[in-house]
Design a protein around this ligand. Structure first.
Ligand SMILES: [Mg+2]
Ligand SMILES: [Zn+2]
Length: 195
């Protein structure tokens, strides 16, 4: 029996504003509601785990070190607001674009479930009692494959994917369990489900 429940959080478009490839900390703008959302996850004794595709690494737009720097920056900014992000997982790969060993088919790039499965192993997470929040159908599909419940937020690409002109399309495999205005409404829905 796994010990912990988790809320997996997409990064760009969900906890910080979607700005295309984020290659400069000056472009990193945290969505204000995210602080309270993470505090609520902490209070509920669930793990807050960021799960992010960072194909900009494969594309040579920024380094893997920069991804770590940005994640460390987010971790510190959330701590200042008494909110703990328990862990960060990222995929630096791209299947067809980019440089060197980063260009490959992998099992971590969403919509694959690899990052969720790895976190579940390493952090003793019960996926059947866990959730993912993201702004793209890719996030939902990764969640479905891992067996967690899925909440789509309208921030980031969320509004445009719902209007069918976003970067990915609704299929039978990526339907959200709930659609929320933002990460805070998403977490409130999760906590209501878990009362
Ligand atoms: Mg996103
Ligand atoms: Zn990968």
């Amino acid at each position: 029996m796994k010990k912990h429940r988790a809320v997996f959080l997409d990064r760009d478009g969900t906890i910080n504003e979607e700005v295309g490839y984020l290659e400069d900390l000056a472009k990193l703008k945290i969505i204000p509601a995210a602080f309270e959302a993470v505090r609520l996850i902490n209070d509920a004794k669930m793990k807050a785990v960021v799960i992010t595709n960072q194909a900009g690494v494969a594309r040579g737009l920024f380094s893997e070190d920069f991804v770590k720097t940005a994640n460390n920056f987010l971790h510190a900014e959330f701590l200042k607001e008494s909110a703990l992000i328990d862990a960060f997982y990222y995929c630096p790969h791209h299947p067809t674009e980019g440089i060197g060993s980063y260009r490959r088919e992998c099992d971590c790039r969403k919509p694959a479930a690899g990052m969720l499965l790895q976190a579940a192993r390493e952090m003793d997470i019960d996926l059947t009692q866990s959730y993912i929040i993201g702004d793209r159908y890719n996030d939902m599909e990764a969640g479905k494959k891992a067996g967690v419940k899925c909440v789509l937020v309208k921030t980031g690409f969320g509004q445009s994917v719902l209007q069918d002109d976003g970067p990915d399309q609704l299929t039978a495999y990526n339907q959200p369990d709930f659609i929320a205005e933002d990460i805070l409404e998403a977490v409130r829905w999760i906590l209501k489900e878990n009362k």
